[in-house]
Design a protein around this ligand. Structure first.
Ligand code: SF4
Length: 215
């Protein structure tokens, strides 16, 4: 079976809206400022975006605060064609632990992450519907460590459930990840060294320690 090209599919949607002279509204779930940088640079040319910062997975609390502040700062500083708004979701840590119960030991990139994507995307879909956005999506597909196919599958399923179009994406295509690193450096952004949850922090800390021991 041919793999779908999500970047191409998104470009087709953008082109169609351009031909119709439409600038649709988009609720964009963002995991952090560095990942949002290229996505906002790219999509704010074609959409009225509201960034939705909903990440109850992040550990510890200070890390969560750091990332929210960085996100708000970036939106304030970065020049965008269409103005970008910001909404912070609730920091519902218990929901994350409930949702991923029993999957604590799974390595980053596995089943626990799929549940984590779903938790964040479902909240975004519900809010997008409630606030009558034209589309919803997430920055998550920009990371080389995130499974774009799984993200799009979950997004499209939730789009059907809540009757709100999911904008498919694979932002790492077209050098999106590289560009996000460039912007992050240019804006001297805080770049975290682990994905977000306590398990990913532990995994990363152990990898770093093992590397140091071998040196
Ligand atoms: S590693 Fe990242 S995506 Fe996976 S569960 Fe933890 S925070 Fe969520």
């Amino acid at each position: 079976m041919n793999q779908r090209n999500y970047q191409k599919e998104m470009e087709t949607i953008i082109e169609r809206n351009k031909e119709d002279g439409r600038v649709p509204t988009l609720l964009l779930h963002s995991c952090c400022a560095p990942c949002s940088s290229y996505v906002l640079e790219y999509l704010s040319q074609y959409f009225y975006i509201t960034v939705f910062y909903y990440n109850p997975n992040i550990y510890p609390d200070e890390e969560y605060q750091k990332r929210v502040i960085e996100q708000q700062e970036f939106i304030r500083k970065f020049p965008m064609k269409h103005p970008v708004k910001f909404i912070e979701g609730d920091f519902e840590k218990d929901l994350f632990y409930e949702k991923t119960k029993g999957k604590e030991q799974i390595k980053e990139g596995g089943e626990r992450c799929f549940l984590c994507y779903e938790l964040r995307l479902e909240k975004t879909a519900k809010l997008a519907k409630e606030l009558s956005f034209d589309y919803f999506t997430t920055t998550l597909s920009i990371s080389p460590l995130k499974n774009a196919e799984k993200l799009n599958e979950i997004g499209e399923r939730l789009g059907k459930t809540y009757n709100i179009p999911y904008l498919v994406s694979d932002f790492k295509k077209k050098n999106g990840y590289k560009r996000s690193v460039e912007i992050s450096k240019e804006y001297e952004m805080y770049r975290q060294y682990y994905c977000g949850c306590v398990y990913s922090k532990k995994q990363r800390d152990e990898e770093i320690a093992a590397k140091e021991e071998n040196n």
